[in-house]
Design a protein around this ligand. Structure first.
Ligand SMILES: Cc1cc2nc3c(=O)[nH]c(=O)nc-3n(C[C@H](O)[C@H](O)[C@H](O)COP(=O)(O)OP(=O)(O)OC[C@H]3O[C@@H](n4cnc5c(N)ncnc54)[C@H](O)[C@@H]3O)c2cc1C
Length: 486
């Protein structure tokens, strides 16, 4: 049977975009259906990854400038800088990314259609545009990459004016003086440190016993120290019961209780940012017509190649659930395409092995592989090597001396098992460790190679020496320590 397309992709975010690009490399005919009338690239470009990182970059610049040059009148950043200027910083970045995605799509001869995509049967997608005009297209394969949306809180309503979600906060037209963030994960810590750098007084109400439960314990303690030094307050185990406007005091009041304390507490603020979970964009896209199964939270179930229960229909990106990252979605889309067209072995991609995490807080946090606690739980004999940023010449030069890089390696053969970093450029730095780990390398790599100087990468060398010294001090002669990896 002849179809209009080899693959129709519903949603142009990282998963859809990468599936389209990969499919054109296999000389396939591709159509992307995108619901947004103006943008391509999904929340990656318009609502999530890129705009929040642009806001971070602007806040970091302001923070560095303020630290270096201060203000003789002691004014806070929000009294010196305007959100309008920060928005101007962000605007050209988003425009250029949008243009780039569009150019790539055109260059690679991918067709696009604007409108709401819905699966009618296993080989047909219907597209309804904003004028309610309907077109149908036939296809051999379908990729569902419709992404996710912010989840909705139970005890209050997001009005996108005072009470914001992680998308509407990026549209704020002023820098708030006070901000309450309800959440405990990555986005919470990113926005908390970004707004704190802009002079905002931030309070975090976390419903968990702590923040970022997956972090290496030592890195987390270091982070909490930084957070406290920035006057960011955290209330753990808290449950928000109500949010009300106090017209007299022209503020919002957030009422909450913490576990084990029956008192109702209240915090006054200008804005509230709610960062609950994500919900998959699966409503009204016709999953039920082709028997596609979802898990109890509504995310689409897929196999290792991102196939759904319908054999020619794939799903990738946020719509299938964790880890819900642009970085991961890009690879998922490629694997799905590779599997559809059987042209590339996907085994080498080692997809689920050692995915790094990156947190774009100020400073950044990143890591890969085993934490110290995980290694001990597995009963492994590991040694830890540490480097502190205040020992790095480059960090000194840049006045970025807050931070630590931590290596976890096997004591018997020095094999690198994990890298955990808190400090500037952590999200880039982690990839050096990732490469060594991917080749089953040892920490000797860092002391036997010339690394550029001064760089943040020097931290690897210092941490490797630090860890090897520790093995030496435990009673193994230094020469023997180095012989271990040969
Ligand atoms: C504030 C924030 C910061 C983030 N920071 C990072 C980060 O630093 N690093 C990182 O890796 N990830 C980050 N993420 C996560 C990242 O943005 C997402 O994981 C990623 O965008 C998911 O890609 P996707 O392709 O699944 O979907 P999306 O990017 O959400 O794209 C889905 C697209 O599908 C379209 N669509 C939906 N339904 C239909 C339909 N029926 N028909 C047609 N089109 C439809 C939507 O309009 C949208 O364009 C962040 C997210 C947020 C919110």
């Amino acid at each position: 049977m002849k179809f209009d397309y080899d693959v129709i992709i519903i949603g142009s975010g990282p998963a859809g975009f990468s599936c389209a690009m990969q499919s054109t490399k296999f000389d396939k005919k591709v159509l992307i259906v995108e619901a947004s009338a103006h943008t391509l690239g999904g929340s990656w470009i318009s609502k999530g990854t890129v705009p929040s990182k642009a806001l971070r970059a602007a806040a970091k610049l302001i923070q560095s400038f303020n630290r270096q040059f201060g203000d003789e009148k002691g004014r806070k950043p929000f009294e010196r800088y305007r959100m309008e200027d920060i928005m101007e910083y962000k605007k050209p970045i988003l425009e250029s990314k949008n243009r780039q995605v569009k150019d790539d799509i055109i260059k690679n001869e991918v067709e696009t259609v604007r409108g709401w995509g819905k699966i009618i049967d296993a080989n047909t997608v219907e597209v309804t545009n904003t004028l309610n005009h309907i077109k149908t297209f036939t296809t051999k394969h379908i990729l569902v990459s419709t992404g996710s949306s912010p989840s909705i809180p139970k005890n209050f309503e997001i009005d996108h004016t005072k009470i914001l979600d992680y998308s509407s906060i990026l549209e704020l037209t002023h820098i708030p003086r006070r901000l309450v963030i309800i959440g405990s994960g990555v986005i919470t810590i990113e926005f908390a440190t970004i707004f704190s750098a802009l002079g905002t007084r931030v309070v975090i109400l976390s419903d968990l016993p702590g923040i970022l439960p997956f972090l290496d314990k030592e890195i987390k303690e270091y982070l909490i120290g930084i957070i406290k030094s920035r006057n960011i307050q955290i209330f753990n185990n808290s449950n928000v019961t109500k949010i009300a406007t106090n017209d007299l005091r022209t503020c919002e009041e957030v009422y909450f209780k913490t576990a084990g304390d029956s008192r109702l507490q209240v915090v006054e603020t200008d804005h509230i940012l709610y960062v609950g979970g994500k919900k998959p964009n699966t409503n009204g896209i016709g999953l039920e017509t082709v028997g596609i199964k979802t898990n109890p939270e509504g995310f689409i179930n897929v196999d290792n190649y991102f196939r759904t229960a319908a054999p020619n229909i794939y799903a990738a990106g946020d719509v299938i659930g964790q880890p819900s990252l642009a970085s991961v979605s890009f690879l998922q889309g490629r694997i799905a395409s590779s599997h559809m067209f059987g042209s590339l072995s996907t085994d080498y991609m080692m997809f689920n092995k050692d995915i790094p995490y990156g947190i774009y807080s100020i400073p950044e946090i990143s890591g890969i592989g085993l934490t110290e606690e995980m290694a001990l739980e597995l009963g492994l004999d590991v040694t830890i090597g540490r480097a502190y940023y205040d020992n790095l010449t480059r960090a000194d030069i840049n006045h970025d001396t807050e931070g630590i890089l931590k290596l976890v390696f096997r004591t018997d053969n020095l094999q690198l098992l994990g890298v955990h970093i808190l400090g500037e450029h952590a999200t880039d730095l982690v990839h050096l460790g990732q490469s060594v780990m991917a080749h089953n390398g040892t920490v000797k790599y860092f002391i036997e190679r010339v690394l550029n100087y001064p760089t943040y990468g020097e931290a690897y060398k210092i941490a490797a020496f630090n860890g090897l010294n520790r093995v030496h001090k435990s009673g193994v002669k230094y020469k023997k320590v180095l012989d271990r990896a040969d």
